[in-house]
Design a protein. Structure first.
Length: 381
């Protein structure tokens, strides 16, 4: 029987913004002893968050080492490690996609995409040892790790999970959990931002970014038995124009809003739903009414209070020149009020700034994190 007393870590999607999660993870690691294993026995991630979660899972026996390895990769990122971005590579990729339009309908065509992210696949193969995940599960450091992707064939949100033998696949409306031996292909599928990166074929179906159809982001950790869920999001606060200036959105602004919608909108509503369920359970307990099908799940959310768009545009010139020219075709430049750049800017200076902000935000919530994880004693300075 699966224990219902398990802490889980949930990492949401957000492209390059996921560097913020690395800073928060570093902050949490600073609160535990150096030899401490991962304090989360359930790890769930979507998109770039799935990559961070899986990387942590491969170091479940040593939380500090996992946090350090994540920091090492993200703080030295270059865009070329994620997608091909030289002039020849980028425009050659686009021309090959245009050429495919004129092929026979019976010919096999590659999935449409703005960028070729083969470098990311090579990076994942190099830095993540997937065999270690299975060993950590066998040795009790992990209960489960899940990676969520969106199926283009049927519109379902699919959580591929690797875990102890007691787990059973689940199915709910428009979402399901499927046991799998996780590989780089699952991470590539989960992080395939629509139209930006190509869809990935898994088990004869095509998958894209896990945030697209994810109507219940908290579902995977709850199905995997979590009693507590620590959520690290990358959704920046809503910024209003207090001068009420007239604003006509161009294509770049609309593209940015679409990305924001894909990556952020469902988490807050799901957290509200969880709070209502917890309140209902409390009222049933007060009335002495049994509720065998309901259980209380606590949550702690760490979200940025920073304008990632402003930070990204400060580092705009660090984008490869070919990428800047391509984005210019849709109206994105240094002064454009669009969040597109904040998702695609995989450059170390930008990532390091987000890491620092995440670390600072984690330390501001030291008491809440320490209490939530029940680490015992005083936080390690």
């Amino acid at each position: 029987m699966i224990s219902s007393r398990e802490p889980a870590l949930l990492l949401t999607g957000g492209g390059a913004r996921a560097a913020y999660q690395v800073g928060v993870i570093q902050g949490i690691a600073s609160l535990v002893p150096r030899a401490h294993p991962l304090p989360f026995r359930i790890l769930c991630g979507t998109s770039a968050g799935a990559i961070n979660a899986t990387a942590l899972a491969s170091y479940a026996s040593s939380f500090h080492l996992g946090a350090r390895r994540l920091h090492q990769v993200w703080s030295n990122f270059e865009t070329s490690q994620v997608y091909k971005c030289s002039t020849g590579e980028l425009f050659g990729h686009l021309l090959s996609r245009v050429g495919r339009i004129f092929q026979s309908e019976s010919a096999e065509r590659p999935a449409a995409s703005l960028f070729d992210n083969q470098p990311l696949r090579e990076l994942l193969d190099r830095v993540i040892d997937y065999k270690r995940i299975d060993r950590h599960i066998h040795n009790g450091f992990l209960r489960a790790v899940s990676v969520t992707a969106s199926c283009y064939n049927n519109g379902e949100s699919v959580s591929f999970y690797e875990g102890v033998s007691q787990y059973k696949d689940w199915r709910r409306a428009k979402r399901c959990g499927i046991r799998a031996r996780l590989t780089s292909e699952h991470l590539m599928a989960s992080a395939a931002i629509p139209l930006v990166f190509p869809a990935i074929e898994l088990q004869h179906k095509y998958y894209g970014d896990g945030s697209i159809h994810q109507i219940a982001p908290l579902s995977p950790p709850i199905h995997l038995g979590a009693s507590k869920i620590l959520v690290i999001g990358v959704d920046q606060p809503t910024l209003e124009d207090h001068l009420h200036r007239p604003y006509v959105p161009n294509s770049a602004a609309i593209a940015g809003h679409l990305l924001d919608t894909i990556f952020a909108d469902t988490l807050n509503s799901d957290l509200e739903r969880l709070q209502r369920v917890n309140e209902t359970i409390h009222q049933l307990d007060q009335a002495g009414v049994p509720h065998p099908s309901l259980r209380r799940v606590h949550s702690l959310v760490i979200q940025p209070h920073h304008d990632f768009n402003e930070i990204a545009h400060k580092h705009y010139e660090r984008l490869p020149s070919a990428v800047k020219r391509l984005l210019g075709f849709i109206g994105v430049d240094r002064d454009t009020p669009s969040s597109v750049v904040s998702y695609l800017l995989f450059e170390k200076e930008y990532c390091r700034e987000l890491i620092s902000l995440g670390y600072e935000d984690a330390l501001k919530q030291t008491d809440e994190i320490h209490q939530f994880l029940e680490l015992g004693g005083r936080p390690v300075p």
